[in-house]
Design a binder for this molecule. Structure first.
Ligand code: ADP
Ligand code: C5P
Ligand code: MG
Length: 232
């Protein structure tokens, strides 16, 4: 039998799961290796498409700063490039979604492994609309991380190598899982920021806008043709 405090925490968690299921938000998972440009591109998407950006890594770093009881454990895992237990990360994501009030979220850097993926779907009953996958070579990601200059404890060459290994071994299988369900939108992220964003935009632009865009161009052609014909 759990203590009164444990029972209270469990009840609060279940309430959060229920509220989130009621909200039934649109979720896009943004995945890719460390330094592939997830955060950079999410900022652009937020600006133009009304999503709220939630980075699992940022939420974990904020949790360390807040002096939470899990702080030391999270900090140790980040320094080693290891993946924090899903229970912790999912709680932070759920809280952030519920506090925010929007119903469209870019969840960046999550799910990072099979445990993350299965636990999130199990607990929240939410599946992603699609997965945006930033594909980039390790050489390029390493260059970017070593010049990121955000004072991150994990942006050093030893931890970077560990993070690449974790990405290969644990995160790529998650991308493969979603790919087998036809949910992955892969982007060549090795290009300059603006070029990458052009490809991102094409994925987020509503389909009818594209159709309307084509219709618009056709109308313009017809008008030009008609004007020319009238002149003759
Ligand atoms: P992630 O969130 O995937 O770890 P970031 O968005 O933080 O990656 O980008 C890592 C670093 O690389 C940052 O310093 C960022 O300014 C830079 N960066 C992001 N995208 C590109 C790009 N397409 N080309 C060059 N540098 C980039
Ligand atoms: O995505 P970001 O590079 O900010 O993640 C930094 C670190 O945070 C990861 O290397 C990992 O240690 C931790 N993390 C995690 N679980 C996630 C996302 C990030 O443990 N889903
Ligand atoms: Mg990031």
């Amino acid at each position: 039998m759990g203590s009164v405090v444990d029972d209270g925490k469990k009840e609060a968690l279940q309430e959060a799961h229920r509220s989130l299921a009621d909200l039934n938000p649109t979720v896009v998972f943004v995945l890719g290796g460390p330094g592939s440009g997830k955060g950079t591109q999410c900022a652009n998407i937020v600006e133009h498409f009304g999503f709220t950006h939630l980075s699992a890594g940022d939420l974990l770093r904020a949790e360390i700063k807040s002096g939470s009881e899990n702080g030391t454990m999270i900090s140790d895992m980040i320094k080693e490039g290891k993946i924090v237990p899903s229970e912790v990360t999912i709680k932070l994501l759920e809280r952030a979604m519920l506090e925010n009030g929007n119903d469209k979220f870019l969840i960046d850097g999550f799910p990072r492994n099979e445990e993350n993926r299965a636990a999130f779907e199990d607990v929240t009953k939410i599946g992603p609309s699609f997965v945006l996958y930033f594909d980039c070579s390790e050489e390029e990601m390493e260059r970017r991380l070593l010049s990121r200059n955000q004072g991150r404890e994990d942006d050093n060459i030893e931890t970077i190598r560990k993070r690449f290994k974790v990405f290969q071994e644990s995160s790529l299988p998650v991308i493969e899982y979603y790919n087998s369900k036809g949910k992955v939108r892969k982007i060549d992220a090795g290009r300059p920021i603006e070029e990458v964003y052009e490809s991102v935009k094409a994925i987020f632009a509503p389909k009818d806008e594209k159709v309307n865009g084509h219709r618009h161009t056709l109308m313009e052609c017809l008008i030009l043709f008609w004007m020319k014909w009238c002149k003759n």
